[in-house]
Ligand binder design. Structure first.
Ligand SMILES: N[C@@H](CCC(=O)N[C@@H](CS)C(=O)NCC(=O)O)C(=O)O
Length: 222
């Protein structure tokens, strides 16, 4: 396993929350690349993401944040690109131009057009303005729209994984999003057969299993 440092003692630190799908993407990439890291828990339900200390790492008040020595980086996409350049083992990007572009497209559908609409801060706002019963229909509407788009996109590219028979960037974004959609927000798997198949394939992979919410240091015991 790579040490996640430059020979000094700056082991990478990942600020994460067990159930955060954005943190989960980074945990998958770190595991795929075999990078050891220190897990720094940020309890989103207690509002720790809004503490002045954490806002120094990410002024938006979102996890994940990665600390590499005196370098701080937030936003999972930027973090994955940084890891990709710094730790080339297990490449997250294929060399084929079009396959690489599709990886960016699928990852960005998740990170720009699905996850932001289910974010805690958004659901809390809906709860406050429109009541708790409005949260689930809201999430299901936007997840369904995004999942339908992913199904259409991936039908021409998916193999065992999103863009063929190797795991790449798109898979790091899709695995947490699909799992969240099916298990937390109860989307109907039968409507999304490709995503359902990918979900099963991801659950078989140790790097993905280790990154799953039940297996984190801050996972609640009950
Ligand atoms: N684009 C950012 C989004 C980060 C984000 O939305 N993180 C969520 C958890 S998945 C969060 O920290 N939410 C806290 C909140 O809503 O208060 C990324 O990909 O890292």
């Amino acid at each position: 396993m790579a040490s996640g440092n430059d020979g000094g003692n700056n082991k990478l630190q990942l600020y994460s929350y067990w159930r955060s799908s954005c943190s989960w993407r980074v945990r998958i990439a770190l595991n795929l690349k075999g990078i050891d890291y220190e897990y720094k828990a940020v309890n989103l339900l207690k509002g720790e993401q809004n503490s002045p200390e954490f806002r120094k790492l990410n002024p938006l008040g979102y996890v994940p944040a990665l600390v590499d020595g005196d370098f701080i980086l937030s936003d999972s996409f930027a973090i994955l690109m940084y890891l990709e350049e710094k730790y080339p083992q297990h490449p997250l990007l294929p060399s084929d131009l079009k396959t690489k572009a599709i990886n960016f497209e699928a990852a960005n559908i998740v990170s720009s057009s699905i996850q932001p609409l289910q974010n805690l801060v958004v659901l809390n706002y809906i709860d406050e303005k429109f009541g708790p019963d409005e949260k689930l229909p809201w999430v299901k509407h936007f997840l369904g729209k995004g999942f339908a788009a992913l199904e259409m996109l991936l039908k021409d590219y998916a193999g065992k994984y999103a863009t063929g028979d190797e795991v790449y960037l798109a898979d790091c974004f899709l695995a947490p999003q699909i799992d969240t959609g099916f298990t937390r927000f109860n989307l109907d798997k039968s409507e999304f057969p490709i995503l359902a198949r990918l979900h099963e394939a991801y659950c078989e992979l140790p790097a993905f299993q280790k990154a799953m919410p039940p297996n984190q240091p801050d996972t609640p015991s009950s």
